[in-house]
Structure formats: C-alpha cells, structure tokens
Design a protein around this ligand. Structure first.
Ligand code: PEP
Ligand code: MG
Length: 546
C-alpha cells in the first residue's frame, strides 16, 4: 500500500497521534494477502493457520478469564468451536479444491455463512456473524505468517478503530493501550464520545466505514482537523510531525496557563461566582478531578458501575464505591445521579425489551419508579455513604413533579428502613433534578418546590428540544447550531429555582463549550460541571467573563 487515504470525521477531543490502527471488531480482510499456490500447498497452509489460530485463541481465553471473567472468556470458546466446525472447515476446503486460494476460500465461506445466519432472523445467531468474521480474519492473518507483527501490535499502544462502541464496551477498554479513538458512527454527545473525552485522548467520530484491510497499518490521527490519514507517505508524516511539535508546544504553554488559574476562584469580573465541578463515571477519576481543581463532583454517572458488571451490583458494592468517593472528596459536594439506564446505555442483565424509540422509552427514572427494589437498593447505598462526606442525590430524565414526589416517597421509605436497622445517614441530604427534558424546564416552577437544586443535562435537553437524536451523525449539525432554544429553557429553569432559593448547574457537554460560558454567566448559572480535562479551561474562562 503506497497511496495514503484520508478519512474525515468529527474531532471530539484534542490532540494529534501517530500509530498503528487496530480494529475493534475485526472483519475479514477484503483482499487475499498471499499468492495462490497449488491445492495441496493451500490445504497445508490452511491446516497450519488453523493450528496457530487455535493456540492464539487458547491464549486469549486464558487472558480473558483472568482479566475480564468467565462470561467474557466464553466468546473464545465459541471461536475455538468454530475452528473445529466441520461444515465451516469443509466449506473452506471445498473452495480450495475448486481452485481458490486459502484466503479467498475463507472470505467466500465467511460471507456465505454470515448471510445464512443473518437470514435466519434470530438475534443470537445474527450476532454470531461477528464471530465468523473474527475467526476468519484471524485465519487469514495466520496464513500471512505475520504472527510476530501481531504480537508487537498487541503490546504497543494503538489507534482504536471501531464501527461503533457501546458505552459498556468503552468502559472495558484498556485505556493505557489506546493512543486515539476512531468510530465510523457516533456523535459528539454520544456516551462513547463522552467517555473518550474523559480519558483525555484524541478521538474522531462519524468517519463512515473504514475498510478492515487497514488493520495494522500506520495512521495519523488529527483530532483538531477531524482527519485520519491511513498509510501516510513520507511528506505527510513530516508535515504531521511538524504540526504535532507545534501543537505540543502550544499545549504545554496552555497547560502552564491552566495551572496558573488552578487556585483562582472562578468569579466573573462582575463578581458572579460559578462553582467548577467534575463529571465522572468511576472512582478512578476522582484523583485527577481533584488535581485539576474540581470543587466538587457535579455528576457521578452511576450507571457506569452497572455497565461494567454482568449482574446487578449489591447494595454493599454500591455503598463502598459511593463512600470511597465521598471520603476522597473530603467534604466537597458529590452529586450521585441515580441510575440512568436505557437508550444507548443498555445492560443485558436488565432484560429491557427492544424498543422502537429507546430514548423516548423505558429509561432512567421511568425504570427506577417501575422496578422499585432496584431503585431502593441504590438509594439506600447512597444514603449510607452520605455519612462519610457531602453527598447529594440527583434524578435523571424527569418530566413531572409527580415523578419527583414518587421518588421522594421511596427515599423516605429507605430512610425509615435504615433507621430501624440502626444505620446512619445525612438527614439533610440534598435532592436535585436534572433538567434534560423540555417538560422539566417548562414545569421548573412547580418542580423547583420539590428540590434543592437543578442540573441541566444539555445533551438530552438539546436532543429532545430540537427533536434531533444525539446518536445520529446526520443531525449533529442541528444540535450544534441551535443553542438558542436550549438557552431559553435554561434561563426559565434558572429563574424558577432562584426564586425558590435553590441553585442550578449545567452538566451536559455544553458546559465545557467556552463559546457559551459568557451566556451561562449572564443567565446566572451557579455551577458548571465538565469532564476532567476541561476543568481548568472553564475555570480560566469564567474569570474572563463580564
Ligand atoms: C445530559 O443529558 O446532558 C447528561 C449530562 O446526561 P447523559 O449525557 O449521561 O445522558
Ligand atoms: Mg442525560
């Protein structure tokens, strides 16, 4: 491959990296990589590749068992079974006997098997297509004899390329191995993008399909320009390296500036104080939140504790995580957002039936008010942890004061149950509501009477106000170019909660948009909560505001 290919997407974080591409879900390479031999030779090559692939799978299974767990390791058992599947293998052999190279024979067989599985209309079997593609790609790689290259690829950090990643896949990635992220689909406010941003690595979404033929090739990822240059030529590499050096120099200077604002209070020139809080999804982010000057945790996306498991976490497990975060934050506010599952955050063990419009469906507070035991387990864990610091509770996806009242009744039940068991908690624990539906903003005057604070989830508030799916790259421009209606709703909610003596924050991705900081200050927002890498930038910007 000599010519470079440039893929264009939307840069969702900053930075420039150079490295090898690794596909998350390997598809079969489109082109056979070897010269066709005679039938006997091809059959021998196939046999060797099968043995090597089998060894490789055993090693992967062992690793998955020790690092991920039994359930995750099962996938490799399926791959091992496929390698032994008589129909699959004899179909490949048949193609070789018909005159095809081993690679072509695997490609043809994988394609026809994939189509056959898809046609059966069974969701489980259709999902096995990925396994067929995965195992076929491995066979082809071992036919190429590039095992050592692959070993090297696996140990060195790489640029991860994926069709799409679900939030649960993203949380299980080994962050230290990933130089950058590229997904064919996705949008800036999808949860995968939010996680990538929190990891502080360059990332690109919405590139459209990238052929898996590029797996293992060198690439240049430029998140500022929104480009991925695959198999770059010498000239492109030199230009990129020059830009990268300049970028790193500016980034270093910027870092110095950011460090200088670290201990300055975030107060506008007219004296309006804005609290700068961090959005986190796990305990592991607390240390960096503190070292970047977070005055509190404005959004703990508690569902990520559920996403990384394969069964419901117990009250004890939840309690110990909330308690540890509260202790580490040393009396600073920690806002635990109760479970926001559903829409793009699906968890298999929740068994949520498939829905036509999941983001308009069974999610967040709707699930919690329906599955009350699940909700109460979480509420009790939060209450118990509240003794160890300053914890607040926040309810997601609220559309009415009635949902808040129902939640408060359950919270009271939890408090009473804990008291009878002699368990203590902060009796003055604050309760807040996310303003992330137009209904909540419109009814904010009424809802404000029920709570201590609001926090605006602009990601969802934008999608519901503009009727533009946050997961759909085709309508990203609508979300990006129409802040005005969302700002008007934020103003409405701000005035309502202030009249009642409460406070309001913004915790959606808009809070990190420095082009909007002045508007938030003018509206009178009291807190901005952003991913850790954006904390200092927002702090600096607030002090420049009027
Ligand atoms: C939001 O909707 O803006 C928000 C903060 O919640 P999430 O992104 O987790 O849906
Ligand atoms: Mg939301």
């Amino acid at each position: 491959m000599t010519e470079s290919t440039v893929f264009k997407g939307i840069g969702i974080s900053n930075g420039k990296v150079r490295g090898r591409i690794k596909f998350y879900n390997k598809e079969v390479r489109a082109q056979p990589s070897s010269v066709k031999g005679n039938k006997k030779q091809e059959l021998e090559r196939l046999d060797r590749a099968r043995k090597m692939a089998s060894e490789h799978i055993k090693a992967l299974e062992k690793r998955a068992l020790s690092t991920l767990g039994e359930k995750e390791a099962q996938i490799f058992e399926i791959h091992a079974m496929l390698l032994e599947d008589e129909d699959f293998i004899s179909s490949i052999i048949g193609e070789i006997n018909g005159g095809k190279s081993a690679e072509e024979a695997i490609n043809i067989t994988a394609k026809s098997y994939g189509e056959m599985l898809a046609a059966l209309g069974d969701e489980y079997l259709a999902a096995r297509q990925t396994d067929i593609h995965d195992i076929s790609a491995q066979l082809i790689r071992f036919l190429g004899g590039d095992v050592s290259v692959n070993k090297e690829k696996d140990t060195k950090p790489y640029i991860l390329v994926a069709t799409d990643l679900t939030p649960s896949e993203t949380v299980q990635l080994e962050a230290s191995k990933i130089l950058g992220f590229v997904t064919f689909g996705g949008t800036p406010s999808s949860h995968t993008a939010i996680l990538a941003r929190a990891m502080g690595i360059p990332a690109l979404v919405g590139t459209g399909k990238i052929d898996s033929i590029y797996d293992g090739e060198e690439a240049l990822l430029n998140a500022e320009k929104g480009t991925l240059t695959v198999t770059p030529d010498e000239k492109e590499i030199q230009a990129f390296e020059k830009e990268r050096q300049e970028y790193n120099k500016i980034a270093k200077e910027h870092e110095l500036y950011l460090r200088s604002v670290m201990n300055k209070p975030a107060v506008t020139r007219s004296g309006h104080k804005i609290m700068i809080y961090a959005n986190i999804g796990s305990e592991s982010e607390v240390a960096s939140a503190i070292s970047n000057g977070a005055e509190g945790i404005g959004l703990l996306r508690s569902e990520f504790l559920y996403l990384s498991k394969d069964d419901y976490p117990s009250q004890e497990e939840l309690f110990s995580v909330y308690r540890d975060i509260a202790i580490k934050m040393q009396g600073k506010r920690v806002i635990v957002r109760t479970l926001d599952i559903g829409a793009d955050k699906q968890i298999p063990y929740f068994d949520i039936p498939k829905e036509e419009n999941p983001s308009l469906g069974y999610r967040a507070i709707r699930i919690c008010l329906d599955r009350q035991e699940l909700f109460k387990t979480q509420l009790k864990a939060i209450l118990r942890a509240s003794k160890f610091g300053r914890i607040s509770i926040m309810l997601p996806m609220v559309v009415s004061a009635d949902e808040v009242k129902q939640s408060k009744a359950l919270l009271e039940e939890c408090k009473a149950e804990l008291l009878t068991r002699g368990e203590g908690f902060d009796s003055k624990i604050e309760l807040g509501v996310m303003i992330e539906t137009p209904a909540a903003a419109i009814m904010s005057e009424v809802i404000a009477k029920e709570v201590d604070f609001f926090s605006v989830g602009t990601n969802d508030l934008t999608q519901y106000t503009l009727a533009a799916d946050r997961q759909n790259p085709r309508v990203t421009h609508i979300c990006d170019n129409n802040a005005e209606p969302v700002m008007r709703l934020i103003k409405m909610a701000t005035d309502a909660i202030h009249r009642k003596g409460g406070w309001i924050g913004v915790c959606g991705e808009m809070a990190a948009d420095l082009g909007l900081t002045q508007q938030f200050a003018t509206i009178g927002v009291d807190e901005l909560s952003v991913s850790v890498p954006y904390l200092l930038g927002v702090r600096g910007k607030v002090s420049e505001c009027r």
